[in-house]
Design a binder for this molecule. Structure first.
Ligand code: NI
Length: 204
């Protein structure tokens, strides 16, 4: 297994529509194992294949049971009991009219957060790593993480859906009980920062 390089906002692969997985085989299982390792190392609560540069409909999600709200990029207290879901060709087949507004983040947009309104509960149909059909009923942070990751498969990022007035950087801050404070920003400033981040990473 290996930790993969996470692609940042501005990378074209994040805006592509991912292809359906045709066959659940050893290559796919190896990819998913690497994705899970990458997600845990980040740490994050979810990762979609396009975020590691693979344009396929595959996601992994691992949400500690006691977490009701939070964001992809801040797994905080890792709960060893939390199940890891590896889902192939996931589709949302049902979602509630009731919505929730929660601060969200993304490993491809490091440190950025904003409030995103999404259905509170969803039912997701997908295939597992054995190629068996699975149906997942989810609420709370799991429902949110699933919707966020499935968005990635259509090239949609949380900044496309968020309340732009709430866009902010999470700035590490020991004096704040969350461990960070929010520093308000604009979409343009954020996009410019991620573009610089991407350029720094490119080999000279
Ligand atoms: Ni994301």
């Amino acid at each position: 297994m290996a930790v993969m390089k996470i692609r940042y906002c501005g990378d074209p692969v994040l805006r592509k529509k991912a292809k359906k997985v045709k066959q659940v085989d050893d290559d796919l299982r190896a990819l998913m194992a690497d994705m899970v390792e990458t997600m845990l190392e980040a740490p994050g609560v979810g990762l979609a294949a396009p975020q590691v540069g693979v344009s396929l409909r595959a996601i992994c999600v691992r949400v500690p049971e006691d977490r009701e709200a939070g964001d992809e990029g801040d797994a905080g207290d890792q709960d060893d009991e939390a199940p890891t879901w590896c889902l192939i060709n996931p589709v949302i087949i049902k979602s509630t009219k009731e919505t929730a507004e929660v601060y969200e983040g993304c490993l491809s947009l490091p440190s950025l957060t904003a409030v995103v309104e999404r259905p509170s509960e969803v039912v997701v149909q997908a295939y597992d790593l054995e190629g068996r059909e699975v149906t997942l009923e989810a609420a709370g942070l799991l429902a949110r993480a699933l919707q966020h990751e499935i968005d990635h498969l259509r090239g949609v990022l949380f900044i496309d859906r968020c309340d732009r007035d709430t866009l902010a950087w999470m700035v590490p801050d020991e004096s704040d009980e969350r461990g960070y404070h929010l520093d308000s920003t604009t979409l343009q400033e954020a996009l410019e920062r991620f573009e610089r981040l991407r350029q720094q990473e490119e080999p000279q």
